[in-house]
Design a protein around this ligand. Structure first.
Ligand code: 2RA
Length: 337
């Protein structure tokens, strides 16, 4: 029967990426409806040779007959409109952090816990934070070798995580500097060009930022694990791919050979690990690609049960739009819509 989908927040960086991903993957839909804020309403987008006009998101019956809504319009819009989006049975795949830690909302990375998407009492499936998605895709194959007890991770996060205007701010700062013009700083607490900023999102009472606590709580939920996660999340002058330096401690020691084999066979992972040939993942090369790239794999010299590795993944794609579309593909494949 006809598959009708919606994109809510189509004008944003992730909204635009949904269109690219749906096209690239030839997602099986028959009808598409685009929703946006009052500001975006009326805008036109041409998609697969057809013109679509953005409808203003309102509390009405616009979602009747829509099977799946991909939502990336900010946390407050997700909270306000979840009942309206889901009341006719539409499955809401939500990119915001609003519902991620609710017990009755599955938090899903298809390569890790796709099954969880089948139990969704509120018709809401939460898409994890980009840094968490990238981490758990990498952790999954190691977890299957030996239970991971502890993770330390340092992130090197692209400007794209703060939205399209933040990407522009970074690119423009380099130009302003070259032309000796005043450097405009609006989206971040300080100039990002030629700098790094050790804060993503706001600080919480334990000195960790919300971004860092997302990596703790979301990883435990997705992996159904008591794994301890300590993160330091840093913004770096890169446009759209996040990098993560990760140290894991497993219950039993894992050999390098087993780890490399596990990563190379891991779902959604490309192993890029040949340091002698300077082959390791770099954000400049990973931008726009689907997989999580992993390299710099080594035994942790500080811990006999420790492994250390480096991963890079596109924040707007696997970190947001691609993961959400893969959740929908999973539900279709499993006939679980
Ligand atoms: C960031 N992960 O990178 C956060 C939100 N996308 O800013």
């Amino acid at each position: 029967e006809k598959m009708k989908i919606a994109i809510v927040g189509v004008s944003g960086a992730v909204g635009q990426e949904f269109l690219r991903v749906l096209d690239e993957r030839n997602f099986p839909f028959d009808e598409l409806v685009l929703f946006g804020s009052g500001r975006s309403a009326g805008k036109e987008y041409t998609f697969k040779g057809k013109k679509y006009t953005v409808k203003e998101l309102k509390h009405n019956d616009d979602f009747k007959g829509i099977d799946i809504a991909f939502v990336s319009a900010g946390g407050s819009a997700s909270v306000e409109f979840a009942p309206t989006i889901t009341k006719h049975g539409t499955v809401m795949i939500d990119n915001s952090s609003a519902f991620r830690m609710d017990n009755d909302v599955p938090l899903v990375v298809p390569e890790v816990n796709g099954e969880d998407a089948k139990v969704r009492p509120r018709n809401i499936i939460a898409n994890p934070n980009c840094t968490t998605i990238q981490l758990v895709v990498a952790l999954k194959p190691i977890e299957e070798l030996s239970h991971i007890k502890r993770v330390h991770v340092a992130t090197y996060q692209a400007a794209s995580g703060a939205g399209a205007t933040a990407m522009d701010e970074l690119v423009n700062q380099f130009k302003q500097i070259v032309h000796n013009e005043p450097v405009i700083v609006e989206k971040f607490v300080a100039q990002l060009a030629y700098n790094v900023i050790p804060q993503v999102d706001v600080f919480t009472e334990n000195g960790y930022t919300k971004e860092e606590m997302k990596m703790y709580h979301e990883t435990r939920k997705i992996m159904h694990s008591d794994v301890e996660v300590s993160a330091t999340c840093v913004r770096v002058p890169v446009v759209r791919a996040h990098s993560e330096a990760t140290w894991v401690e497993t219950e039993k020691p894992v050999s390098i050979e087993d780890a490399r084999k596990a990563f190379s066979e891991g779902n959604g992972i490309i192993l890029q690990d040949n340091p002698e040939k300077k082959e390791y993942p770099m954000p400049l090369h990973v931008a726009g690609k689907d997989p999580v790239y992993i390299g710099r794999i080594r035994k942790d010299i500080s811990n006999p049960n420790g492994l250390s590795f480096w991963s890079v993944s596109d924040q707007i794609k696997k970190g947001a739009a691609l993961n959400a579309v893969q959740i929908a593909e999973y539900l279709i494949k499993e006939n679980a819509l």
